[in-house]
Design a binder for this molecule. Structure first.
Ligand code: HDE
Length: 708
């Protein structure tokens, strides 16, 4: 961090370093903190130029090192202190900058300025994460994904710290450490990394029926998203919006991806954890670098204060969702991520989200999980970021001015010049002063929610039903998705050593959700069903099925074009052009990364090798024609494995010209995803149609053992 001399002067003058004329641009603000060492001398931290960065000062060329060497000491000391504690949950993540744009003036709902007019733009920084694994764990594990958005609004920072699932495991914050200890690696051997498939997790959730609904989501395809850009996001809790008249509405926040919602298949997710543990992080980065910006729409389900008791569950219960068929989502604006961070540590690692960072126009409810979060996030930053000045770290600084009488503490960067650090004061004419609450641009004032009550440690009876919405989710899924849920329970419970835990999960949880689900799992994990359970038969909510959530186009899909010497160059370029025109992309993948000579003598440069860019990192595979290339393909086990794996993972596969012999050689049964044509242009329409479906689900019955 290298503030300029002007920055220092303005800080010394007691003003913030924020230039209001640039307030719409976080990038501008970060610019002043960005170090550019081009043409600069290597120095110590105190500015002394260094003449030798290769050798420690020593007594004679073979003698002992000298304590006097302040250059070596400073360098090693700094290195020794490079690590900060990783987040206790959500340690593994990736982030990007972008903007939020309001579609209109939503003053009837909220007085928040960032939602006050069509086209109003607010810079954002968004961090996606997994929950269980440490900072270096794999991206594609079965887990909940964090979806945390920091809006740098002109009225202060607003953080919407959500997940990619609309509910949570527990109802009360006091259970969070128990839940996290149970899902984290087991204490004696720190196994498993990034997985819930172990005894302590299933012990806890089988003893905690309120987790039943969220565990269903965790066992569904939502827990293995193919890309962050393909995830929905949810605020989970019920929040309040306060309008310009001071009236409150209860809301659930939704992020809807423009690229549609879709997932990996389980075998692919596991393989990716080894072949490309950075898979989600990498595609977010590459898409943004390529100008293919991920985009979401922000929506709210709005419930009038007076209607809050009209549901058969409690809106304050975070294990419940509001079915969209009951309360439709009203879209308020869109968010585009268009810039990668400059420095992972400075931005992605140091960003401090907090469910309690709100602005006028937004307020909390009494959801007991949310209430606990309001304490936790500051507390965690005090440890991680080393003291209470973490909001002075550039990525956390608001874009609007910020002034108060908080002083000193570790890592204080502001040179407060005022003489009075208390209020009221007369010495500094009373500044900084309060701002009265107002319809617009006023100070924050909490919603005047009527309160009464007796001090108790007790949950409301309205929080008692734990199975109806788990059943709602199950009955809303397509048959394919249900098969995946069953397979996930079987996979996870098969890794649970204690038979009593498997038994409890099946008989005391699943049997209360759906007897067929319980039986299908029980059969595979050696549990005898005891009793009947008391499942409900809810009316399905189609909005909960991912099968309804595809984008309908092939934008952002990634296709491998397999090449070898003698490949048809026109097939390669025609397909690549057609994909690009449709918003998708392609990479040339060769036996190695050495240039390949096409049939017509053209040189093609592979962007990766068959081993380095395996089929699991693509959505589809294309094998162009060319007699010599087909000959190479058909005799190379690596290539044949490539194709079989793509087939197994239900991907569209296209073969042109002489390559049309390959499906027959491999004995691949024909289906709408095995596309063939004399040339790339001939087959593109069919490939596009298959890619729009993303996976060929009909193929699954042939290749997977689905517990009936
Ligand atoms: Fe968090 N959570 N959480 N959480 N959470 C953290 O804060 C916590 C909960 C969520 O990318 C921590 O800075 C408690 C629900 C996200 O930096 C910590 C409870 C939801 C992120 C913390 C919850 C979330 C966190 C760890 C129960 C979805 C990552 C590091 C009362 C609505 C943000 C940190 C990022 C991070 C506490 C429950 C989402 C320890 C006590 C529910 C996306 O403060």
């Amino acid at each position: 961090m290298n503030p300029t001399r002007e920055d220092r002067q303005s800080q010394m003058a007691g003003t913030q370093t924020i230039d209001r004329s640039n307030s719409s641009d976080k990038q501008e603000q970060l610019e002043r903190y960005r170090e550019d060492a081009t043409d600069q001398a290597l120095t110590t931290n105190t500015g002394t130029r260094i003449s030798d960065n290769q050798n420690t000062l020593r007594a004679g060329v073979r003698g002992p090192s000298l304590l006097e060497d302040f250059i070596m000491r400073e360098k090693i000391t700094h290195f020794d202190h490079e690590r900060i504690p990783e987040r206790v949950v959500h340690a593994r993540g990736a982030a990007a900058h972008g903007y939020f744009e309001s579609y209109g003036d939503w003053s009837d709902l909220t007085k928040a300025a960032f939602l006050s007019g069509n086209g109003v733009r607010t810079p954002v920084f968004v961090r996606f994460s997994t929950v269980q694994g440490p900072r270096g764990s794999a991206d594609t594990v079965r887990d909940v994904r964090g979806f945390a958005v920091k809006f740098y609004t002109e009225e202060g920072n607003y953080d919407l710290v959500g997940n990619n699932m609309p509910v949570f495991f527990i109802q009360d914050a006091i259970k969070f450490p128990d839940f996290v200890h149970a899902v984290k690696p087991e204490p004696q051997n720190e196994i498993p990394t990034g997985a819930s498939a172990h005894d302590t997790f299933w012990d806890f959730v089988s003893l905690t029926p309120e987790s039943a609904h969220m565990v269903m989501w965790l066992m569904s395809d939502r827990a293995i998203p193919i890309a962050y850009r393909n995830m929905q996001g949810f605020g989970v809790h019920t929040f309040r919006l306060i309008n310009v008249n001071g009236e409150s509405s209860l809301v659930k926040f939704h992020w809807r991806p423009k690229s549609g919602t879709c997932s990996l298949v389980w075998d692919e997710a596991q393989k990716l954890a080894g072949k490309d543990p950075d898979f989600n992080r990498r595609s977010l980065w590459e898409d943004i670098e390529n100008g293919d910006y991920p985009e979401w729409e922000l929506g709210v389900q709005v419930i009038a204060e007076d209607d809050q008791d009209s549901f058969d569950f409690d809106l304050l219960d975070p294990t419940k969702l509001v079915p969209e068929e009951q309360v439709p989502v009203q879209i308020l604006g869109r968010m585009v991520l268009d810039r990668n961070p400059d420095n992972f540590f400075a931005e992605t690692e140091q960003v401090a989200f907090h469910a309690g960072h709100i602005v006028p126009g937004i307020d909390f409810t009494n959801d007991p999980l949310l209430q606990g979060r309001l304490f936790s996030y500051t507390d965690t930053q005090l440890l991680r970021l080393g003291g209470p000045n973490f909001n002075q770290i550039p990525i956390n600084q608001p874009l609007c001015p910020f002034h108060n009488n908080q002083r000193d503490a570790f890592h204080q960067h502001i040179l407060h010049r005022g003489r009075a650090s208390y209020e009221p004061n007369s010495i500094d004419d009373g500044w900084p002063k309060e701002t009265a609450s107002a319809a617009r641009h006023g100070g924050f004032a909490s919603y005047h929610e009527p309160m009464s009550g007796t001090k108790v440690r007790e949950r409301a009876g309205s929080f008692a039903d734990h199975f109806s919405q788990a059943a709602l989710f199950w009955h809303s899924l397509s048959e394919t998705e249900q098969n995946h849920v069953v397979a996930a329970y079987v996979f996870e419970l098969s890794k649970v050593g204690r038979a009593s835990i498997r038994d409890r999960e099946v008989n005391e949880i699943l049997l209360n959700i759906d007897s067929q689900l319980a039986r299908r799992v029980a059969d595979q994990v050696g549990v005898a069903i005891v009793g009947q359970g008391a499942p409900t038969q809810p009316t399905p909510s189609p909005a909960l099925s991912q099968m309804q959530l595809l984008s309908g186009d092939i934008r952002s899909r990634k296709v491998a074009i397999l090449i070898a010497d003698g490949v048809s160059e026109s097939d390669v370029s025609d397909l690549r052009d057609a994909l690009q025109k449709a918003g998708a992309s392609a990479k040339l993948v060769g036996p190695g990364v050495a240039p390949v000579t096409a049939e017509n003598g053209a040189t093609l440069i592979p962007e990766g090798s068959w081993e380095g860019l395996p089929s699991v990192v693509f959505d589809a595979v294309f094998v162009p024609g060319g007699a010599a290339a087909t000959n190479t393909f058909s005799g190379d086990g690596r290539l044949l494995h490539y194709l079989l794996e793509a087939y197994k993972h239900l991907k569209p596969m296209a073969f042109s010209g002489t390559a049309q012999a390959l499906p027959g050689q491999l004995g691949l049964p024909g289906d709408p995803g095995v596309v063939q044509g004399a040339t790339a242009s001939d087959l593109f329409g069919d490939l596009q149609a298959a890619l729009e479906q993303h996976r060929i689900w009909s193929r699954e019955a042939q290749i997977a053992r689905i517990p009936a």
